[in-house]
Design a protein around this ligand. Sequence first.
Ligand code: SF4
Length: 280
Amino acid sequence: MDSVHNTGRGIFSDGDSVVSNEPRRIAWFSCGAASAVATKLSVPDVIAYCEVGSEHEDNKRFMVDCEKWFGNLPITMLKSEKYSSTWEVWEDKKYIAGINGAPCTMELKVLPRLAFQHPTDIHVFGYTADARDMKRAENMVEHYPEMICEFPLIERGITKAGCLQMIENAGIVPPLVYALGFPNANCIPCCKATSPNYWAMIRQHFPNEFDRMAKLSRNVGKDGARLTRLNGERAFIDEIPEDHPITDAIAPECDFLCGLAEQEMAELENDHERDAEKKH
Ligand code: SF4
């Protein structure tokens, strides 16, 4: 891992201190299996990773293994200038997730990307050939028409399961959280997950993080943050019964689109509120 490197096309570093204006092919690596395979399949000038400071520690081991697999190109670590973890963002903003989105995505992923990218860059994303991922890739193209994007997994028809298999075939052990049953290698915990099964699984495997989030979510804002749903109603995560099932834990993917989707969601909710006010 490195923060400054010479790719042969110029010297790139964190922030905006670039020497060359030649197009760079940037592979966005996220410590997940899919982004690893997409990075391997592309021939990037830069492999970029947004440091969120809250992923499982085994993700770093996976990153080191992948870096060797990728070849000689070190991974460029992009960081927020202000925050070093999701917890810092949530505690400082006194906001975790809700109709105004998740501030961690914006602060730790979107803003560092915007500071780093140039209009001429080619962006390589690890969206897979699974239906939901293909839709996200479409949304990416639609909502960021100015970005030049490549989707090597979709082009080759490679699914998420295929990526995990390819990683294992390369002799690399996927991030530990997959073996625990989590659907992706996101932060522990991911604030955007609303599935009670997900939170019950977090409580089982990561009780300290669960307790920290349970306390924080009770204390933020005026009414706290009800991060999950029980019987169709929003609920605090510490209201999930101790014997709640942990199978089929659902957690959203976290990418640069998260903020966008949330922004749309917030706008929709605001529209509904405005319509409701007009009727009264
Ligand atoms: S994975 Fe979840 S907690 Fe981590 S930055 Fe993305 S939205 Fe926030």
